[in-house]
Unconditional design. Structure first.
Length: 244
């Protein structure tokens, strides 16, 4: 049953994965805090005036370019200044972007490629960081995003199927259902059609709540239809399942 459940959910993940690939740099918005959009024009000008030689920063001194209570930007910043806050630190060999997730801070290193230097000097700092974060870390960013979305969809469907299965099981005294295992098997059989429909709709939208809504409405509708036609009596139920 576990393998069947994973297979059913993987059907929906196929179009979601393709849709996320097409979103490109938009995926970085979930990782890069909006605080980086608040870097003022003076700080942006100072960053654009930084000199790079053969992929290395020519500036060797410590310098704070921009600072708020939650964000600090500068060159060759000591670790004491970047602890427990968002940061953009231009060191000699790479830029260190300090990000936050679940109350924990972690560093992301961006190598000074020609494209990165060009983006810093031509686009806004936020757009430059977003583009380069995607180019240099597209694999981990995509994998993290798809795992988060898949985990949410997996959990919602698991609760839905378990809930419907429990309702089926509660009818055991007056129906042909005798165990929770039979209830889960029946629920998985009923939700399969909704998952196929959600997969097709997934090529049009990547909104997991719409796709989950399709699966849940399908399962509820099929459950009610099956009950009306069979009242879960064994002979009629077997005929309905065999016909399906």
């Amino acid at each position: 049953m576990g393998i069947i459940f994973i297979f059913i959910q993987s059907l929906v993940m196929i179009p979601l994965s393709l849709g996320l690939v097409q979103r490109g740099t938009e995926l970085v918005d979930a990782f890069l805090p909006t605080e980086f959009t608040q870097i003022d024009s003076d700080a942006s000008t100072q960053i654009q005036q930084l000199t790079f030689n053969e992929g290395q920063l020519a500036e060797t001194s410590e310098k704070i370019i921009y600072q708020t209570s939650t964000l600090i930007v500068g060159t060759n910043l000591p670790e004491a200044l970047t602890q427990d806050k968002l940061a953009l630190d231009f060191t000699q060999d790479y830029a260190v972007v300090t990000l936050q997730k679940d109350q924990a801070f972690y560093d992301l290193r961006l190598v000074y490629t020609d494209e990165f230097i060009g983006k810093l000097k031509e686009a806004t700092i936020y757009e430059g960081l977003k583009t380069e974060m995607y180019h240099q870390n597209s694999g981990p960013i995509f994998l993290s995003t798809i795992l988060n979305i898949g985990g949410i969809l997996f959990a919602m469907n698991a609760l839905l199927i378990l809930g419907i299965s429990v309702l089926f099981y509660l009818t055991k005294k007056a129906s042909a259902i005798h165990s929770l295992k039979e209830s889960v098997t029946l629920s998985l059989s009923l939700v399969s059609g909704g998952s196929l429909l959600a997969m097709l709709v997934g090529f049009l939208t990547t909104d997991i709540f719409i796709l989950f809504g399709i699966q849940s409405l399908w399962l509820i509708g099929m459950s009610l239809t099956l009950y009306v036609k069979t009242r879960f009596k064994r002979t009629v139920l077997n005929e309905a399942v065999n016909a399906k």
